[in-house]
Design a protein around this ligand. Structure first.
Ligand code: HEM
Length: 203
């Protein structure tokens, strides 16, 4: 039987999202110029796409449990693709940061400091480890227990990083409260889904 691969499922979805991220970065860099302004636009835009893709992966299973339906099941089915696309978006974040640091170190150091680089680098180590172990062969190699611990620690570290990186910018603009609220809402969703799973077992 011939099956038609869909662009909204599996690895094709990942490549579609990667293409969209690359188009977004180039679409910002060409008009703004391959300069400080352009790199800063890419850093900010990818921070936002990363958050949305991360939330899709982070909340997918809980959303499908609380509100079963075509959309939430699609999210859950493709959560690995959203996780990998989040890593891709954050790779572009890193490339733009590196380019900004090389081309305009003064601006880079007004926007960043050693403390954020240490915590950001730990988050990047987790992102790399999660992406590298998001394949069935790696899950088998690590074993379910180690894999479960790594992914539990990784996703929570990243969720908290998003709360801090956005939260510290709230004094600059109240709009940064929105991403903080989105991460907190996703955390509440996961807690609610976990409680729902426990109720029938207790009853
Ligand atoms: C060593 C690692 C990292 C460095 C050096 C770094 C650097 C930067 C810089 C310089 C900006 C400011 C861009 C501007 O205002 O023009 C920025 C923005 C941001 N970064 Fe990163 N980053 C790192 C890792 C991360 C990680 C791991 C996360 C989240 C998990 C993150 C989330 C954000 C967010 C939310 C913004 C604000 C975007 C906005 O304005 O909407 N960063 N980063």
């Amino acid at each position: 039987m011939m099956t038609t691969a869909k662009w909204t499922e599996g690895s094709r979805l990942f490549w579609l999202l990667t293409l969209a991220l690359a188009a977004m970065a180039l679409g910002l860099l060409f008009p703004a110029g391959w300069s400080t302004d352009g790199y800063r636009l890419v850093i900010r835009a990818t921070a936002r796409t990363s958050l949305l893709l991360f939330l899709a992966a982070f909340a997918a299973a809980a959303a499908a449990r609380l509100w079963p339906g075509a959309f939430t099941h699609w999210l859950r089915r493709n959560r690995r693709q959203f996780g990998l696309s989040f890593a891709m978006s954050h790779l572009i974040h890193a490339l733009a940061i590196f380019t900004l640091w090389r081309s305009d170190p003064d601006t880079f150091w007004t926007l960043s400091n050693k403390g954020s680089i240490v915590s950001g680098s730990i988050a990047y180590l987790f992102i790399a480890a999660l992406a590298a172990t998001s394949f069935d062969a790696m899950v088998r190699m690590l074993g379910p227990k180690a894999w479960g611990w790594l992914h539990w620690a990784g996703v929570w570290f990243i969720a908290i990083s998003f709360i801090f990186t956005n939260g510290k910018r709230i004094p600059v603009s109240g709009w940064y409260a929105l991403p903080v609220a989105l991460v907190l809402a996703a955390i509440l969703l996961r807690i609610a889904a976990k409680r729902r799973r426990r109720v029938p077992a207790a009853a």
